[in-house]
Design a binder for this molecule. Structure first.
Ligand code: GDD
Ligand code: MG
Length: 513
């Protein structure tokens, strides 16, 4: 894969946010320039005859007299013309073998809820072979059966995969008993289940991978409603490229994708619009948050964050992390999960004022290693299930709620010493007030017949990090009491009861753990 070279963006304490990297070429081969491959390279079309045998007149049709501009170009040898490279950003190629090596250590979690199994199968078909597939479903029970049947069929050629349902009582009991009871809710009598929500499903996926397949060093998330399998393939490879390109040694990596376009059908035509409606709102307010933090910094070292537009992936549903980061990050519920990453990382990693934890972010767990956020723009258009305006509004409102209710320090610290604190607290309050004004304007503009916009954005539920879970206890309980867990082609992890299907090794492939 060939991409633009990563460029340093903002450094705020232990958090580095890189400028957007662009995918330039989906498959750049081994990474070795073609000249060095030498005689193996044959110019296109040469089988039809030697180019030197072409007469000048053969080009006449291509560059006719009427088109002076084209004639001018034909006089220039592109190899001699340095000017064509003026202003072209530096590039980098990740060799195929390096991508493969990272993909072989990656688990891809696919949260699903009610998608057609054929659509989900399309998503799975795009996930590169080395990746472990983890399907976390919150579909109706009957639909889950069909999803599992589809998965078993898809994985018949020794493809390793896990599947679990979010209502699994054993998984809920294991979370409850071994350290993550916040994720569990009671549904009638003593029956427990994991709470509804995409974020909750993703946390279940992270815990399963960490407990059952601890060798996986990277975890990625891809929605189940994407209808272009080739896009999924690109996303996974872009994740791997992002890990390979992190320029800051010793830091954890988060890779967040921005799509080339998110097309909509308008009056029967496809409109290749660049930014989703929710992303526009959430990115803008996350960048305003950065500005407010820059204003609050007494040293002035965050000046570059003022009025910057560096965050372009606030809502990135398609993202990936080093496993250590996924385990140690506090995560938010539902669709707040992606915007909250930024808020939490800023709070934990930007330099901390004394008593910082007494503001909006009580319950912080300051245990994170420095983190580098890689933002990458992919090439494929992103087609997925169409959602209505009210869904989009609730999604951006969740994003704003992440900021509004969890302002990072120092904007959230209402103490009296040292002297800059009251001023900074006021800056935070101003930002919160601006968010309320924005909500009120939106309320006026929308017909709001369903009453989904309210005075304040919703407060996200924040869960402790998955590392708080006793993974051994969790694994043994899920193994022995599971109700919905399927482990396919994972010979190192056997389930004692029928959900295990016989491994299929007829192709002689040894699946990675
Ligand atoms: N396991 C599980 N549990 N999965 C869920 C749940 C749940 O309760 N709710 C939704 N999902 C799955 C869906 O089935 C889908 O595969 C994925 O999560 C995303 O849900 P959508 O409803 O399709 O979300 P969206 O398309 O509006 O938003 C997506 O893109 C946004 C950026 O534009 C999501 O990925 C957002 O998180 C993201 O911010
Ligand atoms: Mg979707």
């Amino acid at each position: 894969m060939r991409l633009t070279e990563p460029r340093k963006g903002l450094q705020m304490g232990g958090l580095s946010i890189m400028h957007l990297i662009e995918v330039l070429e989906l498959d750049a081969g081994s990474g070795i320039p073609l000249e060095t491959v030498g005689s193996a390279y044959t110019p296109q079309g040469s089988e039809q005859g030697d180019e030197s045998s072409l007469d000048d007149s053969d080009y006449d049709d291509l560059f006719s007299d009427e088109d002076d501009e084209m004639r001018d170009l034909s006089d220039t040898d592109p190899e001699d013309d340095e000017s064509v490279l003026d202003g072209v950003p530096p590039e980098v190629t990740i060799p195929q073998a390096q991508l493969e090596s990272i993909l072989g250590q990656m688990a891809v979690i696919v949260p699903c809820k009610g998608e057609d199994p054929n659509t989900i199968e399309g998503v799975l078909s795009g996930i590169p072979r080395g990746c472990l597939i983890v399907l976390v479903s919150n579909s109706e029970p009957r639909a889950y059966k069909k999803e599992v049947m589809m998965l078993r069929k898809f994985c018949r050629a020794a493809r390793p995969a896990l599947a679990v349902h979010q209502s699994d009582a054993a998984a809920a009991a294991a979370f409850n008993m071994y350290g993550l009871d916040d994720l569990v809710t009671h549904v009638g009598g003593s029956h427990k289940r994991i709470r509804n929500g995409k974020g909750e499903g993703m946390m279940l996926g992270i815990a399963l991978v960490a407990a059952l397949c601890p060798q996986r060093r990277y975890v990625a998330f891809v929605d189940a409603d994407i209808t272009v399998p080739g896009a999924v393939n690109e996303y996974c490879r872009a994740f791997a490229a992002g890990f390979a390109l992190n320029p800051n040694p010793g830091t954890e990596t988060m890779v967040r994708l921005r799509w080339a376009s998110k097309p909509k059908v308008k009056n029967g035509e496809i409109d290749y619009t660049c930014e989703g409606r929710s992303s526009q709102v959430v990115n803008r307010w996350l960048n305003k948050l950065l500005s407010a933090m820059a204003d609050a910094d007494p040293t002035g070292s965050w000046a570059a964050a003022r009025d910057s537009e560096i965050i372009v992936t606030g809502n990135a549903g398609e993202h990936a992390m080093t496993m250590d980061l996924a385990l140690n990050l506090r995560l938010a519920n539902g669709y707040a999960i992606e915007p909250f990453h930024f808020v939490e990382l800023l709070d934990q990693l930007a330099p901390q004022a004394q008593n910082a934890h007494v503001g909006y972010n009580t319950g912080r767990v300051p245990n994170l290693q420095p983190v580098t956020i890689m933002q990458i723009r992919t090439r494929n258009p992103h087609f997925h299930r169409v959602t209505d305006d009210s869904h989009v509004r609730s999604m951006w409102a969740s994003g704003l709620g992440s900021i509004y209710h969890h302002l990072p320090a120092p904007l959230s610290t209402p103490t009296t010493t040292p002297s800059s604190f009251p001023k900074n607290f006021a800056r935070g309050e101003k930002l919160r007030g601006d968010i309320l004004d924005f909500l009120a304007d939106e309320q006026d503009e929308s017909d709001n017949t369903k009453g989904e916009l309210v005075h304040e954005p919703p407060r996200p539920r924040i869960y402790p990090p998955v590392s708080q879970l006793d993974l051994n206890g969790f694994r043994e309980m899920v193994r022995s009491e599971h109700k919905t867990l399927y482990c396919l082609n994972l010979p190192h992890f056997k389930l004692p009861r029928p959900n295990t299907i016989a491994s299929v090794y007829q192709y002689g492939v040894t699946p990675p753990l």
